[in-house]
Design a binder for this molecule. Structure first.
Ligand code: SAM
Length: 275
């Protein structure tokens, strides 16, 4: 199964995500309202949801009157997003493309990469290509937002002691055909490439609990340090305007160098395009 081939998971993505985070208790709790507030503040010139997946942000914004397009590398994820939009009576522009070179033919005042889409870029060269391309798609002074999770040495050490085949059980859910599926995952970490890499294993079960199918899905995400984001921004013609600590509105004090040491977790970067 190819790294970027979401054919196997697109139909089931929303299903197993809601099983994974039943009450919205996850690292991304409150993310839709957070992006709605950003769209209301910065999106008057149009919004693009990059790596939109099945449309969690895209649809939320569109349903609330925001002028928003979507784009994702996976044609399958785009298909699911479009189908969901149609059931809500929305006709959205959703384009299958890589964030390193997408171009929809219009500019936007806000580009959103929500829920770790940026972490799927596996090298700093790809991160740079993506930022340079997104800059081109923004209007003057336009805003780009994406999130990174602060790399944690403790978690890195645990993952370095795990091989991509050391599976542990994650959850059980029912797939789009009504069958039971168990998901296992095994994630390792390579400190030289800064890649978290491993596999998700999907086991399909019959009603008696016998395994009748198995799919292995590879996953690679790059861990990016704060200092790298500051350098990338500078290199690609952006300035760091704000860093939010999660989705509740807390911000880092960018004028206080010790501020960064007081928080480790989900950082939501707000970058402004420089002239
Ligand atoms: C974790 S999902 C997040 C989806 C969505 N933003 C959400 O909040 O549900 C990551 C998405 O990034 C997409 N993706 C990965 N690499 C990409 C790239 N280079 N360009 C565009 N999309 C990409 C994947 O296809 C996948 O749909």
């Amino acid at each position: 199964m190819d790294l970027h081939d979401y054919k196997d998971v697109a139909e089931n993505y929303d299903r197993y995500l809601s099983a994974m985070y039943p009450q919205g208790h996850d690292n991304h709790e409150g993310f839709q309202d957070f992006y709605l507030a950003l769209a209301q503040k910065y999106g008057a010139g149009g919004v693009v949801d990059i790596a939109c997946g099945t449309g969690a942000v895209l649809l939320y914004l569109a349903e609330r009157g925001i002028d928003v397009d979507g784009t994702d590398l996976s044609a399958e994820m785009c298909k699911v997003a479009k189908a969901k939009a149609a059931t809500h009576g929305l006709k959205l522009n959703v384009v299958a493309a890589n964030m390193t070179n997408f171009c929809t033919g219009r500019k936007y005042s806000l580009a959103i990469i929500a829920r770790s889409g940026f972490m799927h870029l596996q090298t700093s060269q790809l991160q740079r290509q993506a930022l340079l391309n997104i800059r081109q798609q923004l209007t003057d002074g336009g805003i780009l937002t994406f999130n990174t999770f602060d790399p944690s040495p403790t978690i890195q050490a645990q993952m370095m002691a795990t091989t991509p085949e050391d599976y542990s059980f994650r959850l059980e859910y029912r797939n789009s055909e009504g069958q039971r599926e168990k998901i296992y995952h095994a994630m390792s970490y390579d400190p030289y490439t800064q890649l978290t890499h491993g596999n998700w294993k999907f086991e399909t079960l019959d009603d008696d609990g016998r395994v009748i199918g198995e799919r292995i899905r590879p996953l690679q995400m790059r861990q990016t340090y704060r200092s790298e984001v500051f350098l990338l921004a500078e290199l690609c013609g952006f300035e760091v305007q704000d860093i939010y600590r999660g989705y509740k509105g807390d911000k880092e004090d960018l004028s206080d160098p010790s501020s960064a040491a007081k928080y480790s977790g989900n950082l939501i970067w707000i970058l402004r395009k420089k002239a």
